[in-house]
Design a protein around this ligand. Structure first.
Ligand code: SF4
Length: 446
């Protein structure tokens, strides 16, 4: 075997010279490749893929989400034409393996911690004919000591120069059961925790000063494992960090002491899935939110009072939503104290109960996978026509991401910091909203 090449298909490309986030999953898989086997990571967001260098003896692993699966298919076809062995894994392969099986030598289902090294061995001993059609992790790996990022991978990726925000994982999984969520179908419903000393070691060896947690619902740990949170925050407080952000839920507002500790540990912002301000949608929200605007405002205020910022994540297009829900959403955003806002369109991703429902009712629109970006409508809504919902969503995006609204929220966000720090925090205070505006601009909403 000549080498292992791990490829991330293009999503956003570079923005002001760097890609938004590092290829974290590939960094961990590359770290599991035995030292004696050369390994490379090709992230199409930051480089032209040198496909013509591929050949016999190369094992190519392509990771893909649903939105990039068409590009992944093209990359796989080209690599196979060059006689490389090709395995495709990631979220889409896990949720819809029957699709990936049509265009790759092997499909990797699940996290790959149990099967990735097996595949490398199979390929090393027999080449393409040794590759099984499917490699499936049958259980969720304990995160203790798993896929520690090696120094050779850290050097190879050069996060400092290539990426705005390094990714990091501290916990994985979520016991909630939102009807539209892919994360729990990929990461499981049991919350798994990495040992704190391993997290600290990784941050120090990577030399990262800011990071975004890939954890599905980090904030739920405030409720389920407060002792772990205390241990983690006390360790992170001692590090020289600029700030970090995570995905959360509004229940963290009930824990002012933990919020205070988290702020001291340099936690800068929670991205909170409030999801809806329409209480009729509560059944879809897995118990994390009731869709009540006053309770949502109270939670935002309580969290911000602790000095930690809140990015509000909302989803439009639930079956109980009507055109009036878009007006209510805008009223809420306008009056809220949020630091930044994301309003996405409900998307029937493979493997979710929501997709099963719209499929069984014949409401799926015939759209290519590249439109599964949460900014395009891919199903027929229940209480609106497709045209009505598209128009309502464009209207909401134009309002939410107007330059004046972005400026207003950015200034509010920067106002959280003491004057001495405000300069350092300026970029982060505006960039989240700017990034969302850019996402929706793909739809020509502006
Ligand atoms: S709370 Fe978040 S991670 Fe958990 S099931 Fe709901 S959407 Fe998924």
């Amino acid at each position: 075997m000549r080498r292992v090449v791990l490829i991330q298909p293009k999503r956003d490309g570079r923005i002001f010279g760097k890609a938004p986030g590092s290829p974290y999953t590939l960094m961990r898989l590359a770290s599991l490749v035995p030292e004696e086997v050369p390994v490379e990571i090709w992230d199409e967001n930051v480089m032209e893929l040198p496909m013509d260098t591929l050949g016999e003896g190369d094992l190519v692993g392509v990771t893909s989400m649903t939105v990039t699966i068409e590009r992944a298919e093209k990359i796989a076809a080209r690599a196979m034409a060059q006689k490389a062995g090709v395995v495709v894994g990631g979220v889409h392969a896990t949720l819809m393996p029957e699709h990936v099986e049509t265009f790759a030598h092997s499909t990797m289902i699940g996290e790959g911690y149990f099967t990735w090294q097996q595949l490398i061995q199979d390929y090393a001993s027999e080449g393409i004919k040794g590759m099984k059609p499917v490699y499936r992790d049958e259980e969720w790996a304990d995160l203790h000591g798993i896929a520690t990022i090696t120094d050779r991978v850290i050097k190879m990726v050069d996060e400092k120069n290539n990426y705005w925000t390094p990714y990091l994982e501290i916990t994985r999984g979520c016991p909630r059961n939102c009807s539209f969520c892919t994360a729990i179908r990929v990461s499981g419903r049991r919350m798994r925790l990495r040992p704190v000393d391993e997290v600290v070691d990784e941050i120090q060896r990577r030399g990262i000063k800011r990071f975004f947690l890939t954890d599905d619902n980090f904030g739920l740990n405030f409720t389920t494992d407060p002792d772990y949170c205390v241990e983690l925050f006390e360790a992170l407080r001692k590090l020289d960090l600029v700030g970090w952000t995570c995905q959360s839920e509004m229940s963290i507002a009930k824990y002012p002491e933990l919020l205070e500790l988290s702020r001291e540990a340099h936690l800068d912002k929670h991205f909170i899935g409030f999801e809806s301000v329409n209480p009729s949608n509560r059944r879809e929200l897995g118990g994390k939110s009731q869709g009540l605007a006053p309770a949502t405002s109270d939670a935002i205020r309580a969290i911000r009072n602790s000095g930690v910022g809140v990015v509000g994540l909302f989803v439009m297009g639930f079956d109980e939503d009507t055109p009036a829900t878009f007006q209510a959403m805008w009223d809420f955003i306008r009056q809220s104290e949020l630091d930044s806002v994301s309003t996405t369109i409900l998307t029937p991703f493979p493997g979710t109960p929501f997709r099963e429902l719209v499929q069984s009712e014949g409401r799926l629109l015939d759209m290519p996978w590249r439109y599964y970006d949460t900014a395009h409508l891919t199903f027929v809504p229940k209480n609106m026509t497709v045209e009505e919902m598209r128009a309502a969503y464009d209207w909401l995006c134009r309002k939410t991401y107007s330059p004046s609204q972005i400026a207003r929220r950015g200034l509010r966000s920067v106002g959280r910091y003491p004057l001495m720090q405000a300069g350092k925090k300026l970029f982060g205070s505006f960039s989240t909203d700017y990034g969302y505006r850019r996402t929706y601009a793909y739809r020509k909403a502006f």
